[in-house]
Write a protein that binds this ligand. Sequence first.
Ligand code: HEC
Ligand SMILES: [Cu+2]
Length: 340
Amino acid sequence: MSTVTFRTSGLIALATVSTATMASTTDAPLNYFLHSYGPAAKPTMHLGWLLAGLSVAVCLIIALLLLAAVLRKRPLADPRSIGREGEGLRWIYIGTGISTCVLFGLVIYSLMVLNEVAKPPQAPAVILTVTGYDWWWKIEYEHDDPAHRFITANELHIPVGQPVLIKLKSADVIHAFWVPTLAGKTQMIPGLTNQQWIQADVPGIYTGQCAQYCGAGHAHMGLEVIAESAQDFEKWQNAQRRTAPLTFMSNEDPGHKLFMDRCAGCHTIRGTSAAGDHAPDLTHLNSRRWLAAGLLTNTPDHLMKWVINAQRLKPGSRMPSIALSESETTELALFLSTLN
Ligand code: HEC
Ligand SMILES: [Cu+2]
C-alpha cells in the first residue's frame, strides 16, 4: 500500500483499470469508477458497462445507416410519391419494436441490480453513522456498549471482506456519500437518515467524494475508506476508543491552554474539557492521513499552515484562519503533535 493516493483524473486511469484487477492490495482513486472492489458496487458497475456499450452500439448503427443512406444512389423519384409508405414504413415499425424490447429488458435488469445492492448478503459486521457537514465528514462508530463508541472524521476504516452498514445524515445541506469502487452514491439529506452498505474484497485505500454540489468547498470534501484485516481493524478501533494521552493535558502547558482558549469551542479532544461538536474530533488527529477532508496530507508543516490559513486554503470553510504569533505556533504545534 503506497502512502499517497493520487487524485488525478483522465484517461490514464482507463489504461490502468485492467492492471488493478490483479493487485491484491490497492489504492483505488476516484477515477476507478469503471472498476469495483466489492459486491455492493459490482452489479452497478456491470449495468454501467452494459449501458455504455449499448449507447456506443446505437450511435455506431445510426451513423452507419446514415452514411449508407447518404451514399446510396437512386434515380430521382417523382416528388408526389415521396412519403412513409411500403418498405420504409415497415423499417420504422421494426426499429421501434427492437428499441422497445431493449429498453424494457434494461428496465428489468436495472430493477434486478437495485434489488441486489439494496441489502447486504449477511448481517453487517460494523455499523456506523456518517454525517455530512460543509465541508467534511463526521464518522461515528456504533457499539452496544457506549464505552466502545467513538467519533472520528474524514477517514473510515472497515474490516476487509465483511459488509459494513452506513447510516447517512446531513447537518446542513444535501451532500452525497460516494466511494465509487465500493458502492453507488447515496444522498445525505437534512432531517432524514438514509442507509447504504459497502464491502471491500481487497485490503486497500478507496477514495470517496461528496457527489452532491453543496457550496464553495464541495470539491474539497473528500474521504477515504481504508479496508484492512480483521486484526488491524480491531487494533485501529481500540486505539480510536482511547482518550487523548495525558502528557500535555494541563492548563500549565501553554499549547494546551491555547487550544482550550482558541479551538475548544468547535473541536473535541476526548479526555479534556474541549467538547465542541461542530468540527472534526481531534482526539487522534495524527492517526489520519489527510487534513480538511482530503485537502492536504497530514504533516506537521501542513497542520500549522492549515490552522493559520484555513480560509485561504479552503475558502468559505467553517474554520476561521487563526492568527498566532511565532511562539504560539510552536507551542500549539507541540500540543497538537501529542494527538496520536
Ligand atoms: C469556529 C469553529 C472552529 C474553530 C474556532 C477552530 N476550528 Fe478547526 N475546524 C473547524 C471546522 C468546521 C473544520 C473542518 C473544516 C473543513 O474540513 O472544511 C476544522 C478543521 C480543523 C482541522 C482538520 C481536521 C481534520 O481531521 O481534517 C484541524 C487540525 C483543526 N481544525 C485545528 C484547529 C485548531 C488547532 C484550532 C485553534 C487554534 C481550531 N481548529 C479552531 C472549526 C473550527
Ligand atoms: Cu458536496
